[in-house]
Design a protein around this ligand. Structure first.
Ligand code: FAD
Ligand code: SF4
Ligand code: SF4
Length: 470
C-alpha cells in the first residue's frame, strides 16, 4: 500500500554516503559515493507526485521529475533513465553539479515544511545505474535529413545542441579547441566532484548516436566561420564558453606564486598534475594557499590545493557567506575538509620578497552596504582595517570573461560591450544568418544547466530553420 502523503512529508531525506573529510582531503576520488538501490527507492518514495509539478518548472531543460522518480520508486530503474534522457543528455553530470537548491529542489513542495526531495541524487543514481548496466538511450533511429550542423565548443551547451539535433536526423560535427571534449566539465570541475570517466561516458553516448567530434580545432584560427559554411554546413552553433581568466588588477599580481584558477585547475584536471609522477605536469604546490573568490571555482581550487598537499588553505571572499555563489554542498565540503573562510575580506596588494616570490597578501575588512546591480549587498571597505594574510600561493578565482578566439576573427558577429555574443534569449539566434550561440559565451559565466537550457532553445530554433529551409 502507498504511504500517505502526510507521512512522506515527515520522512527525512535519505543522505548520500560520503568519503570521510580527513580521508578525502588526501585523495582526488569522488566525495559523495552515490545511493544504493534501496536508498534510491526509499528517497523516491517521499515524492508527493504533485499534479502541478513545480519542481519541473525549476529545471531549465524540463526533466520529467515526477515521472522518473515514480519509476525509481517502483524499482524500474531502466525506464527512469529513459525518461530523463528524453530531455537531458547529461544526467550523470547534472545530478552531480547542478545547483539543485536554486533549481528543481528549490521549487519542491516538500521543502516548505522540511527537506526537498533529493532530485539531483536520484538523477545521479539513475544515470550511474544505466552506465553500470550498459543501458543506452532507446530513442528510435530517425531518417537522415542530409543537413549538416557544426557545433563549436564541446561544453554542456554544445553537447546539448549536438544531442538534440542528431536525434532529429541531422549530421552533427562538434569542433573543440582542446585535445579533450567536455569544456569546463573536463578542464575545470575537479575529479573529486565530477570524475572524468563520467564525462567521457556521456560524450561516448553522443558518439554512439552518431555525433562526430573533432578535437584540436580552434574555430576562428584553424578554420573560420565562413569556411565552415563553405564546407557545406547549413547551420552553426557557437558554444565557446567564457574561459578567459580575470585578475584583480592590484599591485603585485605578477609575483611568482600568483596564478589564475583557470590555469591552476586546468593543470590539475586536464593535465592530471595530481597524478605525479605518472603525469609529469608542473603545478605550484603551495604550503600556505589563499584562494580569492566565493564561487564554485574558488571552492574547487581550495579543495584541490588541500589535496595537492597544502598545510593551510583559505578562501578570501569580500562578501558574507550568505552571498557566496558556490553550491551549498561545496562550501560545506570545503569547510569539513579544513578550508578556512576569510569572509568580508578584500585583498588590496600582494607582497613579495627580494626574489619576486609571493609572501603574503594585504587585505581590508569589508562591511555590506546597499544592494548593487547583481542584487547582492555591495561590500564597502572599513577604513584602517588593513591586515596581512601570509601565503606562498594565491589562486585568483574572481570570474572569467568571454573567450575571444573565435569572436576576434569574426568581425561581423555582434557582441555586447563586454565581448559576449548578442543572441536572442528565446532562440539563441545571432545577427548572422545561420548562426546561433548559447551558454557562457552569451550570458557570461553561469551554470551547466543554464548552458544546457540555452542549447536546448537554440537546437529547437535550428531545427525550425532547417525544416523551413527544406
Ligand atoms: P564551456 O563549458 O566553457 O565549454 C566551451 C568549450 O568551447 C570549451 O571546451 C572550449 O575549449 C571550447 N572553445 C572555446 N573557443 C573555441 C574555439 N574557437 N573553437 C573550438 N572550441 C572552442 N556550473 C554548475 O552548474 N555547477 C558547478 O558545480 C560548477 N562548477 C564550476 C567549477 C569551475 C572550476 C568552473 C570553471 C565552472 C563551474 N561551473 C559550474 C560553471 C559551468 O561549468 C559553466 O557555466 C558551463 O560549463 C558553461 O558551458 P558552455 O558550454 O557555455 O561552455
Ligand atoms: Fe534538477 Fe539539474 Fe536534474 Fe534539472 S537537470 S532536474 S535542475 S538536477
Ligand atoms: Fe515530487 Fe517535490 Fe516535484 Fe512534488 S515538487 S512532484 S514532491 S519532486
Amino acid at each position: 500500500m502507498e504511504t500517505a502523503p502526510k507521512h512522506r512529508e515527515k520522512k527525512p531525506r535519505v543522505s548520500m554516503p560520503e568519503q570521510e573529510p580527513d580521508q578525502r582531503a588526501g585523495n582526488f576520488q569522488e566525495v559523495p559515493l552515490g545511493y544504493t538501490a534501496e536508498m534510491a527507492v526509499e528517497e523516491a518514495s517521499r515524492c508527493l507526485q504533485c499534479k502541478k509539478e513545480p519542481c519541473v518548472s525549476g529545471c531549465p531543460v524540463g526533466v520529467d521529475i515526477p515521472g522518473f522518480v515514480r519509476c525509481i520508486r517502483s524499482g524500474e530503474f531502466g525506464p527512469a533513465i529513459q525518461k530523463i534522457w528524453a530531455t537531458n543528455s547529461l544526467p550523470a553530470v547534472c545530478g552531480r553539479v547542478c545547483p539543485q537548491e536554486i533549481q528543481c529542489e528549490g521549487r519542491c513542495v516538500l521543502g516548505k515544511k522540511g527537506e526537498p526531495l533529493a532530485i539531483g541524487h536520484l538523477e545521479r543514481f539513475a544515470a550511474d545505474f544505466a552506465r553500470d548496466a550498459c543501458i543506452s538511450c532507446d530513442a528510435a533511429p530517425v531518417r537522415s535529413t542530409g543537413k549538416k550542423v557544426a557545433v563549436v565548443g564541446s561544453g554542456p551547451a554544445g553537447l546539448t545542441v549536438a544531442g538534440d539535433l542528431i536525434a532529429k536526423g541531422h549530421q552533427v560535427t562538434v569542433f573543440e579547441a582542446l585535445h579533450k571534449t567536455g569544456g569546463v566539465l573536463a578542464y575545470g570541475i575537479p575529479e573529486f566532484r565530477l570524475p572524468k570517466d563520467i564525462v567521457a561516458h556521456e560524450v561516448a553516448q553522443l558518439e554512439r548516436m552518431g555525433v562526430r567530434f573533432e578535437c584540436n580545432m580552434v574555430i576562428g584560427v584553424t578554420l573560420t566561420l565562413d569556411e565552415l559554411f563553405e564546407e557545406g554546413y547549413d547551420a552553426v552553433f557557437l558554444g565557446v564558453g567564457a574561459g578567459l581568466p580575470r585578475f584583480m588588477d592590484i599591485p603585485g599580481e605578477t609575483l611568482i606564486g600568483v596564478m589564475s584558477a583557470n590555469e591552476y585547475l586546468s593543470r590539475a584536471n586536464l593535465m592530471k598534475a595530481y597524478r605525479f609522477p605518472e603525469y609529469d605536469t608542473p603545478i605550484p604546490r603551495g604550503r600556505n594557499v589563499a584562494v580569492i573568490g566565493g564561487g564554485n571555482v574558488a571552492t574547487d581550487a581550495a579543495r584541490s590545493a588541500l589535496r595537492l598537499g597544502a598545510d593551510r588553505v583559505s578562501i578570501v571572499y569580500r562578501r558574507s557567506r550568505q552571498e557566496m555563489p558556490a553550491r551549498a554542498e561545496e562550501i560545506r565540503h570545503a569547510e569539513e575538509e579544513g578550508v578556512e573562510l576569510h569572509l568580508l575580506t578584500n585583498p588590496v596588494r600582494f607582497l613579495g620578497d627580494d626574489d619576486g616570490r609571493l609572501v603574503g597578501m594585504e587585505c581590508l575588512k569589508m562591511t555590506l552596504g546597499e544592494p548593487d546591480s547583481s542584487g547582492r549587498r555591495r561590500p564597502v571597505p572599513e577604513e584602517g582595517s588593513e591586515f596581512v594574510i601570509e601565503c606562498d600561493l594565491v589562486v585568483v578565482a574572481v570570474g572569467s570573461g568571454a573567450n575571444p578566439l573565435l569572436t576576434r576573427s569574426t568581425g561581423d558577429l555582434k557582441l555586447n560591450r563586454w565581448g559576449y555574443i548578442e543572441a536572442d534569449p528565446e532562440t539563441g539566434k545571432t545577427n548572422l544568418e545561420g548562426v546561433w550561440a548559447g551558454g557562457d559565451i552569451v550570458t557570461g559565466s553561469a551554470t551547466v544547466i543554464l548552458a544546457m537550457g540555452a542549447g536546448r532553445k537554440a537546437a529547437d530554433s535550428i531545427q525550425k530553420y532547417l525544416t523551413e529551409k527544406g
